[in-house]
Design a protein around this ligand. Structure first.
Ligand code: URA
Length: 244
């Protein structure tokens, strides 16, 4: 017997958190009856439907995308904007979804999968995976400003964990700088809000690294499958905070 939300996540319909939401909203039936109880246990012989569609088991797939600007990190968008999943539609039949989120205008490394358990492991705050961003900012951060980011800075939803931050170039006259920042949390618009808080707002943001993964030779809009070894290493990384 397994918990209902875990079975839905494993089937690749949604992340585990999204599956919980679907259950609470009454969108899930077990053997024809709506179930809203999150702890409900189900077995292999139960028939589960989500939004009226029967759960089928899919092979698990894992992709690394160089997200271009102007795409929303979601499966669908009620405002009709392009989603990162649209990039895969022609060639990938599995029901994949993004692992976490990059803002509409943020570019860079984004993982997509139909493995809800894997996505849960990589995005839950208790699994601390480093993500490195390159930020072009307006103005030149002061040393004190950068130190604040390194120590952790108060945002409206709490203090950020200490970050690795460095300024890789700056132009005092033009009033701009490029910084590299590594964080392991995933608060909404976190990097943008951190730089905003020290008075140098982000004008361009790219995620260069996720754990040990980098973009390699990919161009914006291109993707590749993760190797079995990479998937395994990511799981180990999530569970232990290190690779071996
Ligand atoms: N931080 C942000 O501000 N935006 C992103 O897309 C990712 C991290």
């Amino acid at each position: 017997m397994e918990r209902l939300q875990k079975v839905i996540a494993y089937a690749g319909v949604a992340s585990r958190r999204k599956a919980e939401q679907l259950i609470v909203e009454g969108k899930v039936t077990v053997n024809g009856k709506v179930v809203r109880e999150l702890g409900t246990k189900v077995s292999n012989s139960d028939t589960i439907e989500v939004n009226g569609v029967k759960l089928e088991k899919e092979d698990k797939v894992y992709f690394l995308l160089y997200k271009p600007k102007g795409y929303i990190s979601a499966v669908t968008d009620d405002k009709g904007r392009k989603t990162v999943v649209d990039i895969f539609k022609k060639h990938v039949p599995e029901r994949i979804f993004p692992v976490g989120r990059l803002d509409y205008d943020t570019t860079g490394l984004l993982l997509l999968t139909n493995d809800g358990e894997f996505s849960y492991q990589l995005t839950h705050p208790k699994f601390k995976i480093d993500k490195t961003y390159v930020a072009r900012v307006k103005g030149v951060p002061t040393v004190e400003g950068l130190k604040k980011l390194q120590r952790g800075i108060k945002l409206e939803d709490g203090k950020t964990a200490p970050a690795k931050v460095s300024m890789t170039s700056f132009d005092e006259q033009a009033g701009k700088a490029i910084c590299e920042i590594t964080i392991h949390e995933g608060k909404n618009r976190q990097v943008r809000r951190m730089f905003e808080a020290i008075g140098t707002p982000v004008v361009k943001l790219k995620r260069e690294q996720f754990g040990f993964l980098t973009l390699g030779n990919l161009k914006p809009g291109e993707y590749r499958e993760l190797t079995k070894h990479e998937v395994k290493l990511l799981r180990v990384l999530a569970e232990t905070g290190k690779m071996e």
